[in-house]
Design a binder for this molecule. Structure first.
Ligand code: GLN
Length: 276
């Protein structure tokens, strides 16, 4: 048994070869305490270590459970975040959304940020790490908040976590509200891996996938957003135009859409222009 044969276990289960070799590297780094450099230099793995990697690869191939849940962590904006099946796995695309928000925060000297539906806490923690702001983060799930709190502690960042169904337990105003809410339209056929993620973090109960954008804009604008404050969302494929309309209908200005690395509109931001 060698590394190529382990990659082959994943490829035979239908995982793309590039993805499969990336995942086997992740298993080696995590379970064998190897650095990426050890792997590049071909430092040999002893039989026992190879056996562990093989077992984990077999688990991945048989169940199609995401590799991040098998390892128990996921890399996001320069840090490892603990994850389990109570929280969505942080996505590369979300880094674009966080960077988009960080630019707005810095350009406007903002001080108070709210993250809605924080899950693993990755957005809130990254903002707290890379900007000098007070971050409050809410989620409806206590088990998600438990992981989010652990992540904030591990990274040494201060975030105020609150159990709240959107704004239900919030009673102050913020300069910027950010959210990566559930946005996959009900009934969408998705890959097997997504079956392991919390379904209420992925799917909306209606067909546009836009219910949470609408709610957050309409419920948030008057009571929870300061004048000249911004809302920043992660959006799914082909949702940016509808979300733009919601913003316009509610008097927002300076609407900006930013594409991700796959050139899909992914981040949308807008500014509240009036005082209320
Ligand atoms: N980006 C995720 C996906 O398509 C969905 C995340 C979400 O619904 N917020 O897998």
């Amino acid at each position: 048994m060698n590394i190529q044969e382990i990659v082959e276990i994943l490829v035979r289960s239908g995982i793309e070869p590039n993805e499969a070799s990336k995942e086997v590297k992740m298993l080696i780094e995590h379970f064998c305490n190897y650095t990426a450099k050890d792997i590049i230099l071909g430092t040999p793995l002893d039989y026992e270590k190879l056996e562990i990697v093989k077992q984990k690869a077999q688990l991945r191939a048989n169940t199609r459970k995401p590799i991040q849940y098998i390892i128990g962590q996921s890399y996001f904006m320069g840090d490892f975040y603990e994850v389990n099946e109570d929280v969505l796995i942080p996505r590369d695309e979300t880094e674009i959304v966080v960077n988009h928000a960080l630019k707005i925060i810095k350009n406007n000297g903002f001080k108070k940020v709210l993250d809605i539906g924080t899950g693993s806490g990755c957005i809130a923690c990254a903002i707290s790490k890379y900007a000098k702001v007070d971050v409050c983060a809410v989620d409806i799930s206590d088990s998600a908040l438990k992981i989010a709190k652990k992540n904030a502690k591990k990274l040494g960042v201060g975030v105020n976590f609150i159990n709240s169904d959107l704004f239900s337990n919030i009673n102050e105003k913020f300069d910027l509200i950010i959210s990566n809410p559930p946005y996959i339209p009900k009934g969408t056929k998705v890959q097997r891996e997504l079956g392991y993620e919390p379904q209420n973090a992925l799917f909306t109960s209606e067909e546009t996938g836009c219910e949470f954008y609408k709610k957050i804009i309409e419920d948030g604008v008057d009571k929870f957003l300061n004048k000249n404050g911004y809302i920043v969302f992660e959006v799914g494929i082909s949702q940016s135009e509808l979300v733009k309309q919601y913003f316009e209908n509610n008097g927002f200005v300076d609407i900006v859409i930013e594409n991700d690395l796959a050139n899909i509109p992914r981040a949308i931001s807008a500014k509240k222009s009036y005082n209320k």
